[in-house]
Design a binder for this molecule. Sequence first.
Ligand code: AMP
Ligand code: ZN
Length: 113
Amino acid sequence: MDCVFCKIVAGEIPADILYQDEGVIAFRDINPVAPTHLLIIPRKHVPSLAHLSEAGTSLIGDMVKVANQLAKMEGIAEGGYRLVINCGKQGGQLVPHLHIHLLGGRQLSAALG
Ligand code: AMP
Ligand code: ZN
């Protein structure tokens, strides 16, 4: 499958991986928009948030848990941070493999869209 994040999961293209377990991996965004900009993804190819089955809702919980741990590890938990999931074209999703953006390390804009 021609999916850039599946290739990172498979080790076929390099990434700065900060965390991995049996279900989830996290790495630095290649084009960061904040001092901390990490991506938390499932190992499994799920195209978007809209493709989560009911059974898969625990996956999002696992991903958020990892994001919170990484915020602590990056030293941004106290100052505050933002988790973003873009879904679909108008939602701004460019890579069709579910991911959470973890952003922090500076004052983020109040604008959401
Ligand atoms: P989205 O617009 O929500 O789909 O975000 C996709 C994100 O993936 C963007 O912030 C990109 O900078 C990031 N990205 C794309 N390719 C790579 C890559 N090979 N390694 C790390 N991050 C990537
Ligand atoms: Zn994929």
